[in-house]
Design a protein around this ligand. Structure first.
Ligand code: ADP
Ligand code: MG
Length: 261
């Protein structure tokens, strides 16, 4: 049983305060969504939890099973059981998935010789062709393939807690279903705690969640069950203090879905 506990987290970039006191708790096997308009601090939250350089943490704590993540460099946080899927996965020329995950296995005392077979299994699970496994990481992959690739890595690494930043962006409906189904299986079946960041309801129509948190201007301003996501789908973020109302760079709000989760 693992638990990620974020308390009163505050962080700035270049002197501008982005996170203004975030409280969250995610336990093994739970799926939490963080929703919020563009610029509300969702990616910043994921980066600060994972230890990406460039942020000044000005207050609060982040603990994973009692370990003080804020005191560790990013690689140690990963070894402690944290996984981050980036909103914009980066290209790493010259490094294949087998190389990268083999190093991760070695660093955590697992046998890197197990990686190729696990990768082949996970590639099938998310519908990625096995030819991707020997290509340089994310190089020349489409947006959707990169997202499947992130979930494939999640399935191989099996962290205790996974932060997935906009894992749904750029996916067509079939890819969205494949990704959401695999994330749900990994949470419910393998006990991974998931913090799924998104600003669209459509992910949650495919991925059942336990709780929804609304982030606005760097604060969690509402927490509720899945019905909160549906409410946001209908009314936008205006009620939560956002004047842009989700009218963001990736095309505005998702089409409404008839499914109630
Ligand atoms: P979201 O993921 O919710 O769309 P972000 O966390 O990416 O929001 O960004 C929150 C705010 O922080 C935005 O106003 C953004 O411009 C600002 N910001 C993020 N990173 C930087 C940076 N490196 N330098 C300056 N401002 C930044
Ligand atoms: Mg973002």
């Amino acid at each position: 049983m693992s638990e990620l506990v974020v308390t009163g987290l505050r962080a700035s970039v270049n002197g501008k305060e982005i996170l203004r006191g975030v409280d969250l708790r995610v336990a093994s096997g739970e799926v939490h969504a963080v929703m919020g308009p563009n610029g509300s601090g969702k990616s910043t939250l994921s980066h600060v939890i994972a230890g990406r350089p460039g942020y000044d943490v000005t207050g609060g704590t982040v603990y994973l099973d009692g370990a003080d993540l804020l005191a560790m460099p990013a690689w140690e946080r990963a070894r402690a059981g944290l996984f981050l899927a980036l909103q914009y996965p980066i290209e790493v020329p010259g490094v294949t998935l087998v190389d990268a995950l083999g190093e991760a296995f070695r660093a955590s005392g697992r046998n890197p010789a197990d990686v190729p077979a696990l990768l082949a299994t996970e590639a099938r699970e998310v519908g990625l062709d096995e030819s991707f496994l020997s290509r340089p990481l994310n190089v020349d992959l489409s947006g959707g393939e990169r997202k499947r690739n992130e979930v494939l890595q999640l399935g191989v690494l099996r962290p205790s807690i996974a932060v997935l930043d906009e894992i749904d962006s750029g996916l067509d409906i079939d890819a969205l279903r494949a990704v959401a189904r695999r994330v749900a299986e990994l949470a419910r079946g393998s006990g991974i705690g998931v913090l799924a960041i998104t600003h669209y309801y459509r992910l949650l129509s495919e991925l059942p969640v336990d709780q929804v948190h609304v982030l606005s201007a760097g604060r969690v301003v509402a927490t509720g069950g899945p019905e909160l996501a549906l409410e946001l789908e209908e009314s936008g973020y205006v009620a939560y203090g956002d004047e842009e109302a989700g009218d963001g760079h990736d095309g505005g709000r998702a089409p409404s879905s008839p499914r109630v989760i």
